[in-house]
Design a binder for this molecule. Structure first.
Ligand SMILES: [Zn+2]
Length: 329
């Protein structure tokens, strides 16, 4: 079984049907679909080429990847998609929005957290605690605000998200009941002990000991990571010997994911001569432990039959029964 724990829909030129075709092509049974709640002042147009033009706002900015698109995809392919959602943490009462999405729409992942806000802002911590209380992991995107130039001077980057691993560290400590799944360039650069001197977004040098990411994995059992996107792939490819030992050592907390299409990560993982037990954990066991499939998904089928009826999600506890979520056909 294969679960893609970091995916988007109506993204990079494909609709939900196109995404399912890509899942089928790569033997992927289920994907977690993540939202991107883009605030107008966080949108400089960089991603407009990859987003669904339906969601362009009247002011010319883009709403990103709204929950409504994810729900539409799940309605069409209920046995292929788990739905995630992360409201902008600076919205009034973001935790309540997340809880409503959980109860009303069966959202089981808080993600993608991708905002131009420091990751340990108190309003963010409140959101993480709400997600943790519901058993939902937080998928986070970190891109650092400063990188050194060749002379070692810090250069500001306007497309930062979350801050640095120092902000992540404080959130991990403040929210021990919440699982955090790290992702993106600002996260993976810290696999190397010399991250502070790297000028590139995705450094390709050999990994040096002392990476802050390793320390965080050692200290915080609530830290996980998905291996998605060019950043995850690069972190492994830059030093495959290190990658192999890292994957084995933290195999209980690493997740297969793509953030895009194609089979490069799958191919690399299969080429690293990893023990079968490690591959199983990364390919699906860890994902299932964090986010069990809904009853209708226990036998994922490929090819998929669109518009099959979905079964109700399980209630979160007996006192607060969850209304059957998607029995709306
Ligand atoms: Zn993503």
């Amino acid at each position: 079984m294969l679960i893609d724990t970091h995916q988007h829909v109506f993204w990079h030129g494909r609709d939900d049907k196109g995404l399912v075709e890509d899942l089928n092509e790569h033997g992927i049974d289920v994907a977690w679909l993540l939202s991107w709640d883009m605030a107008p002042d966080e949108d400089n147009g960089t991603y407009h080429f990859a987003l669904n033009p339906i969601h362009r706002r009247a002011d010319g900015t883009h709403a990103g990847i709204p929950l409504s698109d994810l729900l539409l995809a799940r309605e069409h392919y209920p046995d292929r998609f788990m739905v995630g959602y992360c409201p902008h943490p600076l919205l009034p009462n973001a935790p309540a929005l997340f809880e409503a999405a959980h109860d009303m729409h069966g959202v089981r992942v808080c993600g993608e957290w991708k905002f131009r806000v420091l990751f340990d802002d108190p309003r963010c911590l409140e959101l993480y605690r709400a997600a943790g209380a519901l058993g939902c992991p937080v998928v986070l995107h970190i891109d650092v605000p400063f990188r050194p130039d060749e002379a070692g001077q810090p250069v500001y980057r306007e497309d930062w998200y979350g801050g640095t691993v120092a902000n992540l560290e404080r959130a991990l400590a403040a929210c021990p009941q919440t699982v955090f799944i790290g992702h993106a360039s600002g996260f993976w650069r810290e696999i190397c002990g010399e991250a502070d001197s790297h000028t590139a977004t995705r450094p390709n040098s050999q990994v040096k000991p002392g990476g802050r990411l390793i320390t965080l994995f050692e200290r915080f059992p609530n830290l996980y990571a998905d291996l998605s996107a060019g950043s995850g792939l690069n972190a492994l490819q830059r030093d495959v010997d290190f990658a192999r030992s890292f994957l084995i050592r933290f195999s209980d907390r690493l997740l297969f994911g793509r953030d895009y299409y194609g089979g490069e990560l799958q191919q690399l993982l299969n080429e690293l001569d990893l023990p079968d037990a490690v591959l199983k954990k990364i390919f699906h066991e860890n994902a299932l432990r964090l986010v069990p499939l809904s009853p209708s998904m226990h036998k994922p089928s490929a090819p998929n039959v669109p518009n099959a009826p979905n079964a109700p999600m399980k209630p979160r506890d007996s006192k607060t029964p969850l209304v059957p979520v998607i029995a709306m056909k």
